[in-house]
Write a protein that binds this ligand. Sequence first.
Ligand code: SAM
Length: 416
Amino acid sequence: MKDVTAVSSTQPDKYLLNTPFGSHRLRRWPLIDNDALQAWDASDELILIELAEQHSDKLRQLEAMGQRILIVNDAFGALSTCLNQYGRCSWGDSKISQLAAKYNNNNQTDNAIVDNHLQQKNNLTFVNSMSLPDHNYEFVLIKIPKTSALLEQQLLAIRNLVNKDCIIIAAGMSKHIHSSTMKLFTQCLGPTSSSRATKKARLIFCEPLSNQKEKSTIPPRIFNYYCQEISNELISYANGFSKNNLDLGARILIDAFKKNEHPRSQYLLDLGCGNGVLGIAAAKTIIHKNNSEMTVDFIDESFMAVAASRENFNRAIGDTAQCNARFYVEDGLDNSDNQYDWIVCNPPFHRGNTIETNTAKKMFSQSFRHLNSKGQLWIVGNSHLHYERALQHVFSNHKVLFKNHRFAVICATKTD
Ligand code: SAM
């Protein structure tokens, strides 16, 4: 996709980030016309200023030593793009972050480093959260994630990847950095201190005590609960949604599966699947009623979510029924050619720390395109978000299957 936002000569370019490493035009992903939100925050800027002011000599040596910078949880690729003169490994749980980083790194022209030779040599690699980056980092830059369990898992893994002289700098908005965050760094890595707040953001400095050669690999942390609604235990990984109990919205949607007539479904999709509970519950409903052959797909933009869905599907349904499953880490249905009879969805209404309904609305439009004739999308959402209006707009019909002061379950049918 091409960035077609016009830059007026009189107005400042709101997507341009000026840093000691050059000026870079950065966009959030997916691209939205006139996106009011920036692809970076003040904590990205603090990291870049700190690197330039305190570590320029060590940065200069990086290339000669054939070493790289490990960048963790780079939401829209701001850090990896601004540091594109160095070798970088970007590690995180989000496919959307990877897509944003690829877009922003490929989209640099003015003011950015354009020395092809340098760029080719100092490439950008991605490692997803279900794998570990390899060793050999002189710098580790960490954006503090929303979930402390994810941060803990990442810090424990980093302990095994670095030597004592590695520079570890973390950053986040001050409101997301608590004394427990500092404690976690100290416990997992070593002595930790923080900067004063600047533009409501802070840096965390950490001196790793350990030496990578002494350590072994730590398995990913697993969370679980027994889900009465599907009579199975469900697992989640550290960044999972509702890891310790069934989300209330999901419970209400599953209840609606049992109380209402669902469409005849050979192809079922759990869109934004989290740990896969909705897809598993819907598949069980179909198997229970029809016992016919079917395929259920699970899509999420989180690598940990899709890994948990796979594990949960195998445990709850596995080979015991005539039910195939496919698993995709994707930005919704963006890269899909599949068609469905029934799509079930408990859409996200956060992006990182920002509340937004654009992703949900995009999922509704994608669902319309990927439903067979007479296929249905069933969603649950907070009542105050009034998703019935968005569904009516896309499908020209909707039916409220359940509504109370907190949640609404709505079904929309693709008519000819
Ligand atoms: N279906 C699960 C449930 O009901 O417990 C999870 C629902 S949670 C409200 C929304 C899920 O959508 C999260 O797992 C999130 O990672 C996923 N998500 C957010 N944006 C997405 C996108 N663009 N494409 C695919 N999944 C996305």
